[in-house]
Design a protein around this ligand. Sequence first.
Ligand code: XIL
Length: 750
Amino acid sequence: MRTLLATLAALLLTAAPALARSAPVQLGTALNSGGIDNAPYVDALRRYDAVTPESALKFAELHPDGGRYDFAFGDRLVDWSVANRKPMHGTTLIWCYDAVLPQWLLQRSWTRDELIDVMQDHIRTVMDHFEGRVPAWDVVNEAFARDGARRDCLWQRVIGDAWIELALRAARAADSSAKLFYNETAADQPNAKFGAVEAIAADFKARGVPLDGVGLQYHLLQGDAPLQFLAEDAMRRIGALGLALHVSELDGITSTFTGTREQKLDRQAQAFQTVAAACQAVDACFRITLWGAADHWSWRGTGEMAVALDEHFAEKPGWAGIREAIRPAPLPAGQPPSAPGRPLASRAPNAGVFTVSWPASWDPEGAPVNYALEHRDADDAAWSPVASGVRGLGFSFAPGRLERQGTYRYRVRASDGSRAGVWSEEAQPIVVDRADPAPPAITPDRAPDGGGWYRDRVTLTFAGAGDPVLLDGSAGSGVDPSSVPAPSSFASTGAHTVSGIVLDRAGNASRSATATVQVDAAAPQASLACPQPVAVGEPASATWTASDAGSGLVGPANGSLPLDSSRAGTFTARYEAADVAGHRTPATCQYVVGEAPDPDPEPSPEPTASATPTATATGTPTPEPDELAGAGTAPPQQGGPATDAAAGGPAPAVRSATPTLRRASRVGRDGRMRLMLRCPAACSGRLSLRAQRRTLAARRFRAAAGQVRVVLRLAKRDRRALARKGRLAVRLAIAPDGAEPVLRRLTLRR
Ligand code: XIL
C-alpha cells in the first residue's frame, strides 16, 4: 500500500508541472545593440519569442550625462520589438555595480537625498519614456554578494539598504502596468545569495513593496548546469512567493570541457536542457532567455560557443535540448527508445563525487537518444531529476556539483528527442556521506595503577566511535576499520600523548582524539643505614632515604626506624620505599648489638707460646658488613623496621661466663694457632674464625675459671692465602653457651 501511494505520489509530482502549466515556456534572447542592422542577425531573432536588450537600456547608455537622456538607440530596439511582437524585458534600471555606471555619477559625491533623487528621476524618466512598449523591467540588478550580504556599490553606500525598495516603489509609480523584476546572478540554486534574494522578495511581498518577478541568471561559468533538482528548488521557492520567475540570462562556456567540439556541444546541450527542464517543471518559470542570439554575438566570444546557435546561426545540440524540454514536439509515429540498462554507481560509499553510468538504450527508429537521470534518497517519497539531456552513458557528480548526502538510488530513461521511453531498473543504493565520523575512542589496557600513573607500561588502543546518521535517516558510511590507528605502548617514565583520527568509508576524516598517560617505569631508589656498633640496651635507629623520579614517593623522602637493641646479636633492619604507581624497593642494613666496648681495654698481650707473636686481637668490636651479610633477613615489611636475630635458636640450659681473649699466636706452617682466653668463671662455648662470609675454623672450649688455651687450625686453602698475602683480616666470634656472642677483629699473620 505504501509503495502504491509512493508510486502515485511520484507520478503526480513528475506529471503535475506539465499539467498545470498554463502557457508554454518562452525562449528569449539578448538583443545586441549592434545586431539590429544585421539582416542574418535579425532573421535569427525571429526564432526567439522575446528579447532583452543586452546593453541599450542600461543606465550609462540612456543617461550619459547628469542632465541628459539619450533614447535614440533604445527607441530603435524597443520599436523593433513592438513591431515584431517580441515582448521586451527591459534591463536594467539600477545595477549595483559601479563599473557600469557613468562617470558623472561616480565622480561626484552625493548626499543620500540627492542620490535618491537621481535614482528616482532615472527610473521615472526611462519608464515614462518607454511606457506601454516595455512590459517588464529589471528595476534592480545584482544587489547581493556571494555570502548573501549587500553588495558594495554607489547606491548601497550612499542610500543604504533602503535603495532597493525605493527603486521598486519609484518604478511602480512611474509605470503601473509594467512588471517589476529583481534580477540576480549566481543565485541559480539554493545558496547563500539565493537565500538573500528569497528573503528580500518574501519581505517585499509581505509589506506590499511592488515586485512582480525574479530573474535568475544562469551564466554557467564551468559550463555545467546545477543539479536539476537544485535549480528546480530555487525556481519553485520564488514561485511559492507568488512571483513570476524566468531564466533571465542563460549561457555556458565550453572551454572548460574536454573532448571534441561535438563532445563539448553535447555537454553544453545537457546543461541547457537541464536548466530548461527545471524551468519547464516549475509553473512560475515563464521564460528562458539565452544571453546571445548566436555564438558570435555572445559577450563570451565566439570561441566559447556559449549559446544555442553557432556562428552561422545553425542550431547546436543545446538548441534542440532546450526545445525538447520546453516545446515537446507533437508525438511522431514510431516507438520510444528502449529502457537503458540498470545504472551503476560505484558501490563504494563516497563524499558526493562519483559517476553513475548505464548501458545504452536503443531507438527502434535509429534516432539519437539522450537520457534523463533521477535519484531518490532513503526518505524521499518521489524521484527527483538530477540531469536532463545527457548525451552519453554517464553522469558525474563533481566538486561544485556534489550529490547531496543520503543513501541514493538512481534510474535513467532515454528519449529520442520527442518521446521518452520507460525507466530503467534502479541502481543499487549508494551512500553519499560528507559527515565526519566521531573522533576515535582511546582506551588504556587497564585503570591507572595509582594516582593516575601507570606502572612500567601501558597500551592505548584506538577504536572507531561511530559515524553520524545522514539527513535522510540512513546510516553514514561507517568508520573504515583500516583507518583506525594501531595501538601505542609506552614503557618509559613520563607523560605520553597519543592522538589520531579515523576516516569513514566515504573518506571523511574525524577530528583528532588525544589522550595523555603518565607512566612510571622505574622503582624508587631507597637506602637504609644502620648505626655501628649498637650496645645492648642502648636506643638506636637506622636512617633511610628514598627518591622517585616518576610518580613520586608514597610518604616522606627520609626518616628513621627504631632498632631493637634489647639483646646482642646480628640483625637485619629492613625498609621498603613505595611510589605512587605501586613500585616497592626494599633496603636493608645489618647491625650488631654487642656488649659496650671496654672503656679501659687491657693492652694486647705478647704471645707466650712461641718466641714470636702469632696473632693480635685488635680490640675494636665494630663488625664489617661483608662479614655479616647473609647472617639473616627478615620478611619484607613496607615502611617499617624488621629485625631478626642472626644467631638465634633455643638458649642452652647452662649459661656460660663470657671469656675474654688474652692472646693469639701467629699461624704456624701447619695452620695451627693458639688462642688464650680468660674465663671470669666456668665457661664453655664455641670459638670461630670467620672471614668473607665463611667460617675458617671453629672449636668448642670448656674450662674452669682462669686461663684456657684453644687451638684452631686453618684449612689448606686459607694457609695458602695467608702465605700469599702475609696477613688475613678475620673475625673471632667468642660464643659462650647461653650468652650473647662477642666479636673481635683479628689480623692473622704467619
Ligand atoms: C553584460 C553584457 O552582456 C555585456 O555586453 C556588457 O558589457 C556587460 O553586461 N549580468 C547582467 C547582464 O545582468 O546585464 C550582463 O550583461 C551580464 C551579467
